[in-house]
Design a protein around this ligand. Sequence first.
Ligand code: SF4
Length: 336
Amino acid sequence: MSLDFFPGLDDLQSAGAKQQQLHEQAAAVARRHFGRKVFVRAVIEISNFCRENCEYCGMRRDNRDLRRYRFKLDELADLIIHQRPSSITDINLQAGEDPIAVRDIAIPLIKIIREKTPLGVSVCLGTLNESLYAELQNAGASTYIIKFETGSPKLYARRQSPGTFEERVGHICHLQDKGWNVSSGFICGLPDETDADLLNNFTVASQLPLDGCSVSPYIAGEATPLAKNSNCSIDLALNCMASLRLMRPDWVIPAVSALNLAGGTCGYQRGLATGANLVTINMTPTNERGEYLLYKRNRFIMTEDRVLSAIEAEGLEPSTESLAEFYRNASVVNFK
Ligand code: SF4
């Protein structure tokens, strides 16, 4: 597909009036494409076991000090059926790369969710084998979130991301080929990222068969080998988000909670002001939230109140159409 916009370094590093113009253009493009509606989903972090060892993540397998958990299926089913926030239309089940949690929790839970609720289901469960992908899809999940992390194969290997960059891209293509809606994403400001790597994130994103993409600012996680590095600046993260929106007006782009860690409590809201159109309420039971150690134990949790306030503050509205429905309708229109 031909692109109307591809960012240059001057866009990604813009400040002052030029930056403001970039962000306003991105917000206007999102409004033209999606109106004032923002998709509202919840996430449940079903397990913090992980067999991978990404250097930027506190849940890496080498972090032996982390207490590992897997939730009980019944507890999560009850939470979702009886106690979910009324504003959510979709649910995302997320975990470290933990095939046991996929088999014992995610697959049966998705069946229950699809039977007992109208929620659309997405999953973010890492690189799995083809039969597990098929079982998740047969259970009723329709969106797979799998980030390519960085557009540089060299940096991907250096930061010990899962498998190889080529394998990760192969999984993304496989999932799309099997009929999943695929959302990917990259981390901006990773230690040792060059300007060329930063730009290459956009080249890779533009070449992959995606329905959505996220930008996560690099946050130096405690209990990681990179703990002493600097966080990505909120300005770079927001400039990347705005550029992504201008590059792909049709993509679903989330505001990620790490924006608050990079830019104070209003980082998330600023994400909505740069063209994001998806927000996430954290529904992980409180007893284990601190152990889902992507960055640090003292997390900034996006509650329903915080999410709805951010939407309202930007003059936006929660969508009543689920993300799953939206993708379904879009695929009918595009004969995808
Ligand atoms: S980023 Fe994901 S795959 Fe990598 S160590 Fe953390 S939980 Fe595991």
